[in-house]
Design a protein around this ligand. Sequence first.
Ligand SMILES: Cc1ncc(C[n+]2csc(CCOP(=O)(O)OP(=O)(O)O)c2C)c(N)n1
Ligand SMILES: [Mg+2]
Length: 745
Amino acid sequence: MATTKVDPKLDENDIAKKAQNYQGLTSRQLIDAYRIMFASRRVDDREILLKRQQKVFFQISGAGHEALGVAAAFALRPSYDWFYPYYRDRALCLALGATPYEMLLGAVGAADDPNSGGRQMPSHWAYKRLNVVTQSSATGTQILQAVGCAEAGRYLARHPQAARKAEGDYRQFKDVQFQGDEITYVSLGDGTTSEGEFWEALNTASNRRLPVIFCVQDNQYAISVPVEVQTAGGNISRLVSGFPNFHFEEIDGTDPVVAYAAFKRAADHCRAGDGPAFVHAHVIRPYSHSLSDDERLYRPDAERRADAARDPVPRLQMFLLREGILDEEGIAKIEQEIEEQVQADADRALEAALPQPETIYNFVYSPDLDPSSAAFDTRPAFAVPEPAGDGKRPAAAQNKTSPNKTMADLINTTLRDEMRRDERVVIFGQDVADASREEYVKQKLVKGKGGVFKLTAGLQIEFGSDRVFNSPLAEANIVGRATGMATRGLKPVVEIQFFDYIWPAMMQLRDELPLIRWRSNNAFSAPLVIRVAIGGYLTGGAIYHSQCGESIFTHTPGLRVVFPSNALDAAGLLRTAIRCDDPVLFLEHKRLYRETYGRAPYPGAEYMVPFGKAQIVQPGTDLTVITYGAVVPRALQAAQKLEREHQVSVELVDLRSLNPFDWDAIAASVEKTNRALIAYEDSLSWGYGAEIAARIADQLFLHLDAPVKRIAATDTFVAYQPILENAILPQASDLFRAMKELAEF
Ligand SMILES: Cc1ncc(C[n+]2csc(CCOP(=O)(O)OP(=O)(O)O)c2C)c(N)n1
Ligand SMILES: [Mg+2]
């Protein structure tokens, strides 16, 4: 906002005298507050008008919340602290430095809308220059990300050299900045406190004493649902009061002076490193929830009138008059200036260039670093000695190949290599640390765990508890925090212990992580790696330790999905995943972790496999089998038997990565063999193979001598008793039969 001219009738002495009375806010700041609050309300009103004229397409207002937003912005530092606001924070954003024009660009969905370039609804704030991070419409998803953002700030303060730029990987494109005493602000409505992620966030912020200000803007309603339905006893402050390390405030959020004082105290607590703060502010919602809602359907007139009497905009106006800070003329002058400005801004925004349809694919993935490019295609260096664990460097280079290693070994070694190479890499998840009570390991009382499958064994011991640590048992907590950290430039490589338990993180995985870049029009990004133990064939794994379901994630634009079938590919793909500039879901088949099939020597610390490049496991001429993961060794066994017994030559294609996938390899093979079978471990219907089969039918129809076939699990979950498990999951014998039938068609 433009700076304010203080009423000439006031001399500086008066202003200074009065400053004390306003909790440290000067008269000048109070006038500024009024300007911003009035502008905020006027932008809402203007958008409402434009919506009625069908010139904009959605409106949600910040009305009634203005005093709180201005107070928070005045107590905090724009472009220094970090902000995860929600849609009612228009006044906060204006007070931080966003302009009405920028907001109106968002309303019309203009190409230059700084929030999203016309991709998001208005009031979904993102201002990179102000450290206002892109947010979604999903209520509450911002809260865990804010916690991760605060953790990143603290990590970078302790590891400042991690912020250094480096060439050749994601760091080249990620500027990192941090302040030692920065604060992360996150806000939400009263209804949103019912989301589980809210509680997960408070828990972690409390436990780790993070400098986060949680601001609950309690307007008593979540659309039509009143607060007593959301919150046991009707008051969120009472429920959260037991969290340790917090500073708590419960305030009248329609009073900017009261709110400013509360945010100041909250900020002092956070900047001192004492822990998080919780500001519970009672505000009003004088307009309905949004323009799609009519609150008269569920709020009686008397209640609405009582609310209106507390409206922060007229209230501050009265206050300024009463205190003699401005007279009527001064108020009128400010209001007229703003009216004219907003009108002019709206006219200009309506003329602004609109986004072009051909831009829709921009920023689904990084425009800077292509993980399927030649830069990620390196040769293994088998003669390089393997790095020793426990902090020890390898012995002198031996000039011979190291012995064969399992997939589990090489994943562990790759993590170790990359942590040595890049201090931004942090690892967390359930049980991934050697021991959270690190003194047990230091005193050599215990050896340490390092993952239920021991994939992260020894990493905490070598790199310390700052870089490798356990999370609470909460999957959204893992992915949400990691997303916040990655937004700030760290490279979290987190673990989901079993694919079967990835679902609590689904909101973060579907609506947040893959969308950070696209929805912010490339203003923000969150490249990170989520390692997930997946799959069955375990003999007793049963329903909840055997699931696949990769197609749910390949159906989510913005997320890379890889699924190696052997140790060497796992090492190469994991290194690519870590150096990549996109979020990657790295699926590790549990049955393959220690299998004899596909072991390999250590390939060196620079070995990478590009995404989207299939491996021809064996060449053939009669039919093509397209598969990945644990079906690869089973298909190989079946193909070898078919060759032996029936002289059928099978070309076996291991996709290795599922998004992107190697269409060229599939097409080249099917054009040669004219027959295609897609084999996968997940249940048959709507699975990953369905898409591949459809594409082959669509694009290679003229090359086909037989129908495109699929073989997969039954459309059930995986049962415990091995007789049932064998019947459910595709076996080598099933693959053999399907290949034979296809060859004979
Ligand atoms: C996860 C999720 N569920 C439902 C919705 C639909 N929705 C949008 S806003 C809202 C009410 C939010 O109420 P509250 O948190 O009190 O914020 P307020 O709008 O009152 O400021 C609902 C249910 C949503 N956006 N996200
Ligand atoms: Mg509410």
